[in-house]
Write a protein of this length. Structure first.
Length: 137
């Protein structure tokens, strides 16, 4: 029997950065397309809910990318950036901002919760799709 090496351990920091950048782009494209379909099919309220979820998803990927850079520099025993505390504080601050945006969209738009959850799930979908493409290559 021949043993094959698994491609996941060969994942470099650059490949991960590219994967996350594509995931942000795919999330925004999918969110805009789905919001347009919802706008035509069920009105502006549900489209706004999905767009809000997609925007939060894309911003979340960017935040995770910053945290991954910070963690990787720590694991590689490199000098930590001066802004590492700021990155963590902004991560926590943005969690509160995202929670406020979700609450505000639910109160103001009064659209479907399912549309919001679908928008929030786009980050998982886009990241999983990018990871599968990376593993296939």
């Amino acid at each position: 029997m021949t043993e094959q090496t698994h491609p996941a351990p060969a994942l470099t920091d650059e490949a991960l950065a590219i994967l996350l950048k594509r995931a942000v782009r795919d999330t925004l494209i999918l969110g805009a397309a789905a919001a347009l379909v919802l706008l035509i099919a069920s009105g502006w309220r549900n489209a706004a809910m999905l767009a809000t979820g997609a925007a939060i998803s894309a911003a979340s990927i960017l935040e995770w990318q910053r945290l991954i850079r910070l963690i990787n520099s720590r694991l590689d025993k490199q000098k930590l950036p001066r802004s590492s505390v700021v990155v963590v504080l902004f991560f926590l601050l943005r969690l509160f901002i995202f929670a406020a945006a979700i609450y505000g969209s639910l109160k103001c738009f009064q659209g479907s919760l399912v549309a919001l959850l679908c928008g929030l799930g786009l980050a998982v979908l886009a990241t999983t799709w990018g990871a599968l493409r990376l593993l296939k290559a």
